[in-house]
Design a protein around this ligand. Sequence first.
Ligand code: ADP
Ligand code: MG
Ligand code: MG
Length: 886
Amino acid sequence: MAKKKAAGASSKMVYYFGKTKTEGQGEGKQLLGGKGVNLAEMTRIGLPVPPGFTITTACCDSYYKNGKQLPKGLMDEVNEAVAILEKELDKKFGDDENPLLVSVRSGAAVSMPGMMNTILNLGLNDAATEGLAKATDNPRFAYDAYRRLINMYGDVVMGIDHEEFEHAFDKIKTKYKVDLDTDVPAEGLKELCEAYKAVFKKHGGEDFPQDPIHQLQLAIEAVFGSWNTERAVRYREIENIRGLLGTAVNVQSMVYGNMGDDSGTGVAFTRDPSSGQNKFFGEFLINAQGEDVVAGIRTPLPVIEMKKWNKAVHAELIAIKDKLESHYKDVQDIEFTIEKGKLYMLQTRDGKRTGIAAVKIAVDMVKEGLIDEKTAVLRIPAGDLTQCLLPSFIPAAKKKANVLATGLPASPGAAVGQLAFTAAEAKARAEAGESVLLIRKETSPEDVDGMHAAAGILTSTGGMTSHAAVVARGWGKCCVAGAGDVDINEKTKKITVNGKTYGVGDTLSLDGTSGEVMEGAVDRQEPKLGGDFGTVMEWADKYRTLGVRTNADTPEDSKRARAFGAEGIGLCRTEHMFFEGDRIGHMRAMILATTEEDRRKALAKLLPFQRKDFVGIFTAMKGLPVTVRLLDPPLHEFLPHEKAAQKEMAEALGISTAEVKKRAEQLHEMNPMLGHRGCRLSVTYPEILEMQVTAITEAAIACVNKKVDAKAEIMIPLVGTRAELSMLREKVEATIEATKAAKKFDGELDILIGTMIEIPRAALTADEVAQDADFFSFGTNDLTQMTFGYSRDDINTFLPDYLKQDILHGDPFQSLDTTGVGQLVEMGVKKGRSSKKGLKCGICGEHGGDPASIQFCHEVGLDYVSCSPFRVPIARLAAAQAALKK
Ligand code: ADP
Ligand code: MG
Ligand code: MG
């Protein structure tokens, strides 16, 4: 696909949109970028869009492939398109009477807010500026446009530090004794243009180019160049954006929001992207151009205020909003400009939203008849549901809290943390395990790393559509923006608010839903499920075919998971049950024992604990299956390794420290993950298996006697050969029978006996293994570890390099490697079912909660996935999406 498109680029590189013609219908974002596709689409449905043209992403691809040279013939096509534009608008590039000006805008297939460059007012030169002044009868505006161009062009194309221009601007402002940019008179701006040209020459080494086509060519190259800046690359890494050809370039005729008080520019969302409420939500600035809104230079007005300013424009904007929603059938994030009372649309795209908003919007749109249930289910990013499961502040605790300031509720959540004042600091401290809040006047794209790492973000300037707000919402991260009462001093790393000062060691709480900034750590509570969230879950259950279980080892976790909709336990690890309280003592006594008899004595003491745990879990999950895995880790994990702890243990057991030390040394293995663990323990010490199976059986009997429907499944880990399983299966069966006899129980228990498939050999010989298994559960953590030969605990020593160099596209322990490890899973299912028809198969590795892996599990015909309790709702939704995508 990509190949074909790249080849196609040599035929057509430029697509026009405007009154004359609108090309590229049917071409997708892959080729024209999101901005380009939607500019053409808006033109096509009759919205007021300034005409222009789009240079394809394939050109960007070939620019890089050709050693950073524009593809042959591109500038010819560009010149042709410019000629059409000139004719359509009756303006001319570089004209000293009525010049054509354009913006040069980046736009990839996936939106990357603020990551790449835009140049406005291109086409101005000394003569054209005079022309523009004449044509508009507004010299102030003409010089304002020119100084912006020299600045942006200098910054983007020549890499001149923005500060250099700022400095020159400050001098002019001082000279004219004004504070605001907008108060500088025309002659001041004219002087400023001269000063800017001098800055340009000094730092760029050449004169500001006077030939518009030359400007255009270099600007196109600069936009292509911005595709691979460090921050753009880093953004794609964080967002896991891959496989794109590059950015498209949109060249669009300019409209002017800076022509006076009847002009302006703004951005809006057709619904509230934070809560999802169906409320038009936007901001605009009067007499401003371009990114003045997003950059937070002046505080914008809420769009509702537009009614007072220009009623007709407001009404038109509302009508366009409705038209866009019904056309795209989704929330739109729009950019617009008003030139002398006339509204123009400059951009639309699907609006980024929080998980909470995604749920509400999807449910509302089904109610409004805009989309159907299936579309709604497919549209909510499954992973974003976590945000609906996040804690919130306890209202009573909030009432008591000391609210220091209230900013804008930019992105919901309840964040508690200590203060960090730079992105780098936030990142470092978060990595060290601290919960930090990133405190900035305003964030910029350079800050994304630290923003990502922080628990919450607080800014003192900037609106609901500022960089901080947009990016935080995209990630579902708590953000309070524009809290103007918070005075930030980056140098001293202190904030002053409400007369008090707080520094790096202090803790604050941020409520992203109300915008409140509170002193100290305010208590939080678990979320309430139901409402729209419940509706989405109902729909998901209606469409999915894959079962969803949970991994849980305690009655509390089991209950929580059940409340989240788990249909059973796919993995109950028993080793965690041996650490609590007295248990570890008996466990250690068992390990230290030198005879089978002593081992049995110690195990007998553990049995009642295990039985009690199982009764609790079976009861919590009554009626639903519970897969219990027999002891899995190597025994040395239960022994202390430091001298002092060994001594303490020896005293507790009434033996010598030397003995403890000796046994610990005996158990030491060079490579414990491939050592004496899993079913190998049961082969050597069958009494451990006996104790565990007895506990499970007795618990099941106890439940049946209480009329609790216990559905136990016993899972034998780390099997690599059928012989291991058949031998241990016999032992399990014999123990169940013996226990039933001892308890004089003659009812049915229906305990299934199965195995984990986590060693490649078991997958390869699954047809044999299946003959002794009632079920398979793919343990994809170990299976990944053994298939790649990567130690799960050590992978971080080399994974970053592997990701950077594109050897791996992600951490295979987080998202299943479907091409490699996935083949083993698929083969295991096929072979297993070839010898045992309808063999029940599930997955219990971490992958069971990862949407992409769930898609794969659905495709290879697993019966269920099992994941941690908090991921159960995500898995339900992802399973439905997998079923609907087919
Ligand atoms: P980004 O991708 O960073 O949002 P854009 O290409 O959308 O960058 O440009 C940023 C802003 O510049 C737009 O929101 C708009 O206000 C302004 N702009 C871009 N092109 C034009 C144009 N042709 N006329 C007027 N303003 C423009
Ligand atoms: Mg934009
Ligand atoms: Mg394992």
